[in-house]
Ligand binder design. Structure first.
Ligand SMILES: [Fe+2]
Length: 219
């Protein structure tokens, strides 16, 4: 799978020329239609009140208001200046974007992997179950963010685990499935049962949203 030079340069621009902003959504969507607090300075609302038996209203609201909202407020403040705080500014931006992708890619009702995504997973991992096994292992091994990412240079999928917001290398791909592995994402509902949270997350992936992200990469 090849990526045009124009598309890749667009990607590089969005990602901060190698610094590693993880929005990384190529082409049209990256520049025009992504709804993000990075553009408006205002938080993108939660798309749901609760997620059935997965995550409660209290867990989601607290996470959204305190952590996502806090990251956005921090980014807006840091982004008022051009110089200094580069590392902190990127970390806040990454946190904002990854939270937005995370909140968007969950759903109360179980969905099936859609056509384009399913084909790419099968090509790379053999079966969806094999991908799931590897993704769950990656998520349980980290305390920051776990993602299924698409790389714009070779077109391959990678499961990625990071322990921070500013791991530029790990975030150089396009995040397609994103799970927040910081304790604040699950502790109210799952306490120290990290593995149960990961397993429940993979039963609540919004595959329609993931399919849209992948299609934005491929068009
Ligand atoms: Fe979070």
């Amino acid at each position: 799978m090849k990526v045009s030079r124009r598309k890749f340069m667009g990607y590089a621009a969005v990602t901060g020329a190698g610094v590693g902003l993880p929005l990384c959504l190529t082409g049209r969507r990256a520049t025009e239609s992504v709804s993000s607090g990075l553009k408006t300075g205002k938080p993108v609302p939660l798309p749901y009140e609760e997620l059935g038996k997965f995550l409660s209203k209290e867990q989601l609201r607290w996470h959204h208001e305190s952590h996502y909202g806090g990251a956005l407020r921090g980014f807006v403040k840091l982004d008022q200046g051009l110089f200094g705080n580069q590392r902190q500014r990127i970390a806040k931006a990454n946190s904002v974007l990854l939270h937005e992708l995370y909140f968007e890619n969950m759903t109360a009702k179980k969905q099936s992997v859609e056509k384009t995504m399913g084909a790419l997973i099968k090509k790379r991992f053999g079966t969806t179950d094999r991908w799931l096994e590897d993704f769950r292992s990656a998520a349980k091994s980290c305390r920051g963010w776990a993602m299924l990412a698409w790389h714009p240079v070779n077109g391959k999928l990678y499961n990625v685990a990071t322990d921070s917001h500013d791991d530029g290398l790990a975030c150089s791909g396009v995040p397609l499935v994103v799970v927040d592995m910081y304790e604040h994402a699950y502790y109210l509902d799952f306490q120290n049962r990290k593995g149960d949270y990961v397993d429940a997350f993979t039963d609540h992936i919004n595959w329609a949203a993931v399919e849209n992200r992948l299609r934005a990469c491929l068009t």
